[in-house]
Design a protein around this ligand. Sequence first.
Ligand code: UD1
Ligand code: CA
Length: 451
Amino acid sequence: MKLSIIILAAGLGKRMNSDLPKVLHCLADKPLLQHVIDTAMSLQPESIQVVYGHGGEQVRNTLANLPVQWVEQKQQLGTGHAVAQAIPNIADDNIVLVLYGDVPLINSVTLQGLCSAETSLNILTAKLNNPTGYGRIIRNNNGQAERIVEEKDATTEIKLIQEINTGMLATKASNLRAWLAKLDKNNSQGEYYLTDVIAMAVTDNIPIHINTVDDVYEVMGVNDRVQLANLERYYQLQQVNNLMLAGVTVQDPNRLDIRGTIKTGHDISIDINVILAGNVALGNRVRIGPNTIIRNAKIADDVEVLSNCVIEDVIIGAGCKIGPFARLRPETELAEQVHIGNFVELKKSVVARGSKINHLSYIGDSEIGSNVNIGAGTITCNYDGANKHKTIIKNDVFVGSDTQLVAPVIVEAGATIGAGSTITKDIAEDTLTVSRVEQQSISGWERPKKK
Ligand code: UD1
Ligand code: CA
């Protein structure tokens, strides 16, 4: 049976105390709502309808590239009213699954279980030690769910019930359509409660199936930044545990953050205070030192990244050694066995096998051949104030320390450049080039003295 998913995201999120709509706040670098949409997409539904609120243009614009339909709820008149905005877009025979844009960790396996609702109304519940604030599940003597009572409408006795409504439910669209049309706002909050459909199902003899989550974090919502931080921590630990189970040694699971998708080989080790973001692939035996950020990188086998490196949009070949204190900027590609040392910055540069740039250099917009040695303090002057130019250094070149290469410039294979040179013209193969004033000494020179 076809599935349609409705995600409610029209709430104001007042308790965030933010100018940013709540569902755009990020967990692991990804907006809360996008977590829910990604999980929804994994169920391969026919459609996903996101109900957004007044002023939610920012939400729409931020997530404009996702394959969802946007449905505006002009006034927030309650969860039932919100679902009613989207239900006209869904065919009678489809199963409708209702999710929440501020409940980011719901799991797709849990939802698959909930979706077999051809002939029933399925609701997802949880058992909480402290159920305060949630709608409570009222069961009859046979253990059948009869209705849901909101905290604000609950008697002292009902408030003791620990089984709560997570809000997530599934049933046939035809059922939901009929029930939503009958909702009223005769309750303490004067809202159209989605939860009132449970009692309507009982009246219509539609069986109610209750699925209870084992892991309550799956159904935890974000209302303020403290809850957001709690979910972030939980999510991080979960991901790090998965990495460890896949064969990665993590020095301290509390000090590794994963904000994206990570692929790992075997026997990787990761030291403390590391952030892996975006799409990161780590080969076998990669070692990452402390205090390093790696975003969107493909790192091959046996690479060692020493401490305090910042690496973004980079491909690193097998056996390279990076850092400490190296910065690899976007569009940099290192072949095998390349060494990049401390205080070296590379940008949009390709370095071939076995080359070394070990100390205090800036290499930008460059192509560097194999077995090149770039001396300490070498700078490619790639920018003339208006345009960027390329530096090309061919195989087996030796660049002496403190050289400036004023681009565009080509250094042919096997050339040697003397230390302290400023290179403004192309250099021929196998030559020695020196560009600096000859050394002279003035004897008897007296240094100025303080008056
Ligand atoms: C709701 C449930 C409650 C459940 C709790 C779980 C109802 C009546 N109550 O209560 O049983 O225990 O969720 O967290 O359904 N929203 C809209 N438009 C609206 C109102 C809400 O889109 O007009 C969205 C909000 O953005 C939010 C979600 O629906 O994502 C839940 O709304 P909220 O006001 O937090 O519901 P609760 O009162 O907490
Ligand atoms: Ca809520």
